[in-house]
Design a protein around this ligand. Structure first.
Ligand code: AMP
Length: 196
């Protein structure tokens, strides 16, 4: 089973993806984690993307498509994968379709964690305030967060109708308590992506 998680920053995609990894034996592919590892390693790619990430902007599509194509081609993805943070633009979604088709693969379900932006900002403000400066991500501040939410609204949310039209989209209330969100996702996947 191959899945995509969509939802704004702070919606809980990473937490829910980790739970699905265990339940269904999938591999979580977080493009944000891959990019942060590149920045931490000081690689050429890391030097190119660090400032973009810090500002909450998107890394160019071509870079992301190459990165995910390489990652999906590795043997640990053969049992299925969860894309967490990719695609983030329509161009990435189209490139993903073409790439998977070439590999004889496809996406089974797209899970949207739908959230209320005002409540989300409050949730993230609390998280920022309770995290020590040394543990905080470079993009974990209110200004960048507001920009990341705007980028999601303008560039990523337009992907939703694309997957809805294909009948793949399952929308889950991401504001519910974490365990309830997990149960709703499990129910949807076990029923073959019927709306819960
Ligand atoms: P995330 O951890 O998924 O919120 O990603 C952190 C940051 O990495 C984002 O704010 C972007 O700057 C960058 N990023 C991650 N995934 C992508 C992507 N698919 N396309 C463009 N930029 C990305």
């Amino acid at each position: 089973m191959n899945l995509i998680f969509l939802g704004p920053p702070g919606a809980g995609k990473g937490t829910q993806a980790q739970r699905l990894e265990e339940r269904y034996g999938l591999v979580q592919l977080s493009t944000g984690d891959m990019l942060r590892a590149a920045v931490a390693s000081g690689s050429e790619l890391g030097r190119r993307v660090g400032a973009i990430m810090k500002a909450g902007e998107l890394v160019p599509d071509a870079v992301m498509v190459d990165m995910i194509a390489d990652r999906i081609g590795r043997p640990d993805c053969e049992g299925g994968f969860i894309l967490d943070g990719f695609p983030r633009t329509i161009a990435q979604a189209e490139a993903l379709d073409a790439m998977l088709e070439r590999k004889g693969l496809g996406i089974d379900h797209v899970i949207e964690l739908a959230v209320d932006e005002t409540a989300l900002l409050e949730r993230i403000r609390t998280r920022i305030a309770s995290t020590g400066a040394s543990q905080r991500r470079a993009d974990d501040n209110e200004e960048t967060l507001r920009n990341r939410l705007a980028v999601y609204r303008n560039q990523t949310a337009p992907i939703l109708p694309y997957y809805r039209d294909c009948g793949m989209l399952v929308s889950i209330d991401g504001m519910a308590p974490i365990d309830e969100v997990t149960s709703a996702i499990n129910r949807a996947l076990d029923q073959g992506a019927q709306q819960p």
